[in-house]
Design a protein around this ligand. Structure first.
Ligand code: PSU
Ligand code: MN
Length: 321
């Protein structure tokens, strides 16, 4: 059975003319942000991508069909439907075979985007290794290891064990670049406290690394962009509410794919919307950078067979302008 995908007219037109396209995930709309702000953000982020000269492709499964690019009616459905399924890769075949609907995670969005010929994907924070004794590792990590995609994010959600997640990304040979930073971002926080091996300064460098990666083997290039210090969540507030949220999740017996939405919702509530504000800024900024990278990737490809050199990533050297 071939995989049937429905492209929005906008995405189909962009791909037909070889234009830049940016994939956007729908789980953060359906399960990561509260209603009705989530719908505003979903629309706003698409506009940000368009303003950079790229085409947004928000991805979801509706009534058994993969949608690459959503109409406004479909966006309303994703944002508004109570108890919409959260579809990781393992859930996709079930939804497709049974005519189901759901929002796609980083893992399933990356897979579907790559299958649809989209190279660049913007999200908030990746899933990863959860904290605590029980073993919980997001399927995002294995998916990124297997998929040729460039993902722009603000690191991994700070609800996770960041050190363990970075180790897993290394084991899985996922390329990780800091965008204008030497430190891995901490999602709500500018700096997770963990250093990075590679730093880039310009979107074209991200595009060149992705091109080189694709020539080598499948697997993702993660471009980690931090919030500016002035826009991060107050670190003291962050540490206090996160500790409380983790205890509450444990006490409430939250498990499986409910963990991430539970923790995010708890934080948005107890920070009086401060974590939500930071989360929205992360998504907006990442969408903008992803669009600029997608445009750079198209421009690079138009160099007509010119060899693409690995960019100088050494921070001691000045970045090419
Ligand atoms: N980042 C956000 N908000 C989110 C998520 C990530 O800012 O809602 C979602 C993504 O869809 C990610 C998923 O793939 O959480 C990870 O869930 P899990 O930990 O169950 O794999
Ligand atoms: Mn999990």
């Amino acid at each position: 059975m071939p995989l049937t995908v429905s492209r929005s007219p906008e995405v189909a037109a962009a791909q037909a003319r070889g234009g830049a396209v940016v994939a956007l995930e729908s789980t953060l709309i359906a399960h990561g942000l509260p209603r009705p702000r989530n719908l505003e953000v979903a629309r706003d982020v698409e506009e940000i991508v368009r303003r950079q000269g790229a085409t947004p492709a928000t991805i979801a499964v509706l009534d058994g069909t993969v949608h690459i690019g959503l109409t406004d009616v479909a966006l309303e459905r994703i944002a508004g439907e109570e108890s919409l399924a959260k579809l990781g890769i393992r859930d996709l075949p079930v939804a497709l075979a049974t005519g189901g609907s759901g929002a796609t995670t980083v893992a399933s969005t990356a897979l579907l985007a790559a299958r649809a010929g989209i190279d660049v994907f913007a999200t908030g924070g990746l899933g990863g290794v959860h904290r605590g004794g029980g073993y919980d590792e997001s399927a995002d990590l294995a998916a990124l290891a297997a998929t040729s995609i460039l993902v722009v994010c603000a690191g991994v959600k700070s609800i996770l064990d960041v050190a363990a997640t970075l180790e897993r990304l290394e084991s899985l040979s996922v390329s990780v670049l800091g965008y204008r930073t030497d430190a891995f971002p901490g999602f709500y926080l500018t700096d997770s406290g963990h250093p990075l091996d590679w730093r880039i300064e310009e979107p074209a460098q991200a595009a060149a690394v992705f091109t080189a990666r694709r020539a080598l083997q499948p697997g993702a290039v993660v471009v980690a962009q931090p919030l500016p210090v002035g826009e991060q969540l107050d670190p003291l507030l962050h540490d206090r509410v996160l500790a409380d949220a983790l205890v509450a999740a444990d006490a409430d017996g939250i498990a499986g794919k409910a963990v991430t939405p539970y923790l995010l919702e708890n934080l948005h509530r107890v920070t009086g919307g401060e974590s939500l504000r930071a989360n929205v800024r992360i998504i907006e900024r990442n969408a903008e950078l992803a669009a600029r990278i997608a445009v750079a990737l198209i421009d690079g490809a138009a160099l007509d067979g010119a060899p693409i050199h690995a960019v100088p990533l050494d921070t001691a050297r000045p970045a090419p302008s």
